[in-house]
Design a protein around this ligand. Structure first.
Ligand SMILES: Cc1cc2nc3c(=O)[nH]c(=O)nc-3n(C[C@H](O)[C@H](O)[C@H](O)COP(=O)(O)O)c2cc1C
Length: 336
């Protein structure tokens, strides 16, 4: 192999998911639809159509059919949120049934423990990766029979839970406690971090923030331009005071939420519509008013330097990972 050829990393996840590169695009509320998912899948990674973004099972089914057309037979996945809120999970079995019926076999779940979904997914011939923010939850999910774990750290864009540990600390502990394939996420935006995760023993990475500038992401260009300008300090954690830590883009709305927390607000209700996803969708994603709503985002977004197709981001990540892996190989001296 010459130095200019891209590397191939073969892991238990590339085998299990039937993908070329060990890069997963995790679920993205409202944005994780067939456009971006098929772009990542066609570039050799894995993506998950995010079920909770759809108002009805029929709308979800239509998007899965579109994704199947766009990926021309390559496997793609579905993301499921398991909520703690009473009544919210009633629809979960309907989403799973629709996905299986449309030929989807790969699932990413996040939120509460996946005890109710392992059996129906396996009965339908599916594979379940459960994404969680702590090693304790990972061990529980493994005991419940999931096929792979996604372990995220506090740097994750979105909801990293009450966990206060970074992704590489979590992963290093998990690797001695979890035997199923392990995917690491949170703060990963450069290929050298992918190489480091694999060198540590992980089977893949799960990413989100770095892909927010992909041309296929259905958000306003003004948001993508803002993200391109950000450096590693472009995100902040809010709502930790009410036990619902959320890592988001720094903007006026996030600062206002922080001010309300400092002034003593202690329930979701007291933040009014500031924290509602409908506000983010209408004002930020659709109208491009980037100060006007909360956007899930982590420091990995600082690596985003241009609005380009997801395939270009994937290719850049793989070039960077290959360069780091070559450097690592050169510094190793083995006695055997
Ligand atoms: C805008 C946005 C929306 C997200 N929505 C979801 C979601 O609905 N379900 C989910 O499981 N994860 C969601 N995540 C988390 C990602 O799937 C992924 O785990 C995370 O982005 C990885 O950390 P990173 O942002 O540091 O790369 C979201 C992340 C972002 C940036």
């Amino acid at each position: 192999m010459t130095r200019t050829e891209p590397a191939r990393f073969r892991t238990r996840i590339t085998e299990l998911f039937g993908i070329e590169h060990p890069i997963l695009l995790g679920g993205l509320h409202h944005l994780g639809e067939s456009g971006i998912v098929s772009a990542v899948v066609n570039a050799g990674g894995m993506g998950f159509v995010t079920s909770r973004s759809f108002a009805t099972p029929q709308a979800f089914r239509t998007d899965l059919q579109r994704c199947r057309d766009l990926t021309a037979g390559k496997p793609f996945g579905v993301n499921l949120t398991i909520s703690r809120r009473p009544g919210f999970n009633r629809d979960l079995s309907a989403w799973i049934e629709v996905a299986l019926d449309e030929g989807v076999r790969l699932f990413e779940s996040a939120g509460s423990a996946p005890d109710e979904i392992v059996e129906p997914i396996h009965r339908g011939g599916g594979v379940l990766l459960h994404k969680c923010p702590s090693v304790r939850h990972a061990v529980t999910a493994q005991r419940l029979g999931v096929d792979a774990i996604g372990l995220v750290g506090m740097e994750e864009g979105g909801h990293p839970g009450a966990n206060q540990l970074p992704s590489f600390v979590n992963a290093a502990y998990a690797l001695s406690r979890v035997t199923v394939p392990l995917v690491v996420g949170g703060g990963i935006g450069h290929g050298r971090q992918i190489a480091a995760a694999l060198a540590m023993g992980a089977d893949a990475v799960v990413m989100g923030s770095r892909f927010m500038v992909a041309s296929e992401i259905i958000a306003h260009e003004a948001l993508k331009r803002r993200i391109v300008e950000l450096d590693e300090h472009g995100s902040m954690a809010i709502l930790g005071t009410i036990g619902d830590t959320w890592r988001v883009m720094v903007n006026e709305t996030a600062r206002e939420v922080q001010r309300l927390e400092a002034a003593g607000a202690r329930s979701h209700r007291e933040f009014g519509d500031l924290i509602l996803s409908t506000r983010t969708i209408e004002r930020v994603y659709e109208a491009g008013q980037v100060e006007e709503g909360i956007v899930s985002l982590g420091p990995a977004a600082g690596f985003a330097d241009a609005i380009v197709p997801a395939a270009d981001i994937m290719a850049q990540l793989m070039r960077e990972a290959a360069a780091a892996a070559r450097g690592f190989r050169q510094m190793c001296e083995f006695e055997d």
